[in-house]
Design a protein around this ligand. Structure first.
Ligand code: NAP
Ligand code: MG
Length: 402
């Protein structure tokens, strides 16, 4: 059988630990036999990031701007332990943070729905895609402990040196105070990514904030979304048969819990941090959570939402068998192939992405799965497999589909 041809390379960002092992297995077992794979390879493994003083991460993001679609393996974000473990020259920043800063994107996360792994929320029939505005707010705050009586003020000095002042609070005791900011361009870029991704996936878009209490700060978020909707997206959404819906964040939470799913939920930074953990844990497993970074520049980077699964890697190094779930990483590849196929007009590549996902889901639905899923599944006739055997089983099913 002739292999499926590609036109433009995918930007391939290799990573660390157990997911690096999965990466190679997935390519060997599920991709290379069927696709004449074209990638521009960047090794974001921690050792190579260190050798290049992290330049490779920047290069991989720039390549994504050039080619349009990337697929990324999970990577170590160094902390003090990692600096010691790998004898690093610096405590490099999170690769995802570096890439996001260059692509200026928004991350969309969605659970993979598979029969036999049912969400804890019974009404959820379709995945809920969560979009988090990953810029500013409490993550870039300036805070102070107030030691005793005094006045806290908010002061803004403009470029001409003119001051605007507002009293925050007159303290009579010890206390705390915090300053937060965001920028209109960042909020606009977030809103644009959300509308574009809603159109691209044909799902309704919900956005919630607390504009009744935070009239200027959260009010600005609401207004930016509304303005973009009114001036650019109302007609496009209508034609796609989807809607944009704004409500208070607490009302959004209540509605989400009673919904069927199947929409995109845009959240401010903190809400997104908290709610993505709620949605993902209600859906069972981080290993069934996909993640795509969508840039307002029209480029896409696909990955799994989980990390490098360090604990399994140490077992693997000791020669012990592991049963690490490759599903989210497989879906990162299929997502990237589908988008590449769409950009390059390659229906065969898009069909391959569909079949790869179908074979993966069929494998689980017929009872073959990794250990993490055996603990969650409602299926009764189950066969726990190690990582490689699970991939071989998917390959068997993929063969039948192709
Ligand atoms: P993790 O890799 O997501 O793993 C946490 C735990 O979740 C694992 O120990 C495992 O539980 C379970 N798990 C996650 N993915 C799994 C999978 N595919 N199959 C089976 N079980 C899975 O998080 P971490 O251990 O906290 O972080 C490890 C490294 O990943 C860190 O260096 C961190 O910086 C990095 N990280 C990278 C990204 C990214 O690149 N996007 C994201 C998050 C973290 P059991 O051990 O109980 O089996
Ligand atoms: Mg969190």
């Amino acid at each position: 059988m002739a292999k499926i041809q590609m036109k433009t390379p995918l930007v391939e960002m290799d990573g660390d630990e157990m997911t690096r092992i999965l990466w190679q297995y997935i390519k060997d077992d599920l991709i290379l036999p069927y696709v004449d794979l074209k990638t521009e390879y960047y090794d974001l493994g921690i050792r190579h990031r260190d050798e290049t003083r992290d330049q490779v991460t920047v290069d991989s993001a720039n390549a994504t701007l050039k080619y349009g679609v990337a697929v990324k393996c999970a990577t170590i974000t160094p902390n003090a332990d990692r600096v010691k473990e790998y004898d690093l020259h610096e405590m490099y920043k999170s690769p995802n943070g570096t890439i996001r800063a260059i692509l200026d994107g928004t991350v969309f996360r969605a659970p993979i729905r598979v029969q036999g792994v049912e969400p804890n929320v019974k009404s959820w029939k379709k995945p809920i895609t969560l979009a988090r505005h990953a810029y500013g707010d409490v993550y870039k705050n300036t805070e102070m402990r107030i030691e005793g009586p005094g006045k806290a003020e908010l002061v803004f000095t403009d470029a001409e040196g003119r001051e605007t002042r507002q009293t925050i609070f007159e303290f009579e005791s010890a206390g705390i105070v915090q300053g937060q900011y965001n920028t209109v361009p960042s909020i606009e870029s977030f809103a644009r990514c959300c509308f574009e991704y809603a159109l691209s996936t044909k799902q309704d878009l919900w956005f919630g904030a607390k504009d009744t209490i935070s009239k200027k700060y959260d009010g600005e978020f609401r207004d930016v979304f509304q303005r973009l909707y009114d001036t650019e997206y109302a007609e496009k959404l209508k034609q796609a048969g989807i809607t944009y819906f704004y409500t208070l964040i607490d009302d959004a939470v209540a509605r989400v819990m009673k919904s069927e799913g199947g929409f995109i939920w845009a959240c401010k930074n903190y809400d997104g941090d908290v709610m993505s953990d709620m949605v993902s844990s209600a859906c069972g497993s981080l290993a069934l959570m996909t993640s795509v970074l969508v840039s307002p520049k029209g480029v896409y980077e696909y990955e799994a939402a989980h990390g490098t699964v360090q604990r399994h890697y140490y077992k693997h190094l000791k020669g012990e068998e592991t049963s690490t779930n490759p599903v989210a990483t497989i879906f990162a590849w299929s997502g990237a192939f589908r988008k590449r196929g769409e950009f390059d007009g390659l229906p065969e590549l898009m069909a391959f992405a569909d079949k790869l996902e179908k074979a993966t889901l069929q494998t689980i639905e017929s009872g073959y799965m990794t250990k993490d899923l055996t603990l969650l599944t409602t299926l009764t006739d189950i066969h726990p497999l190690n990582t490689r055997d699970f991939l071989k089983k998917i390959a068997e099913n993929l063969n039948k589909l192709i």
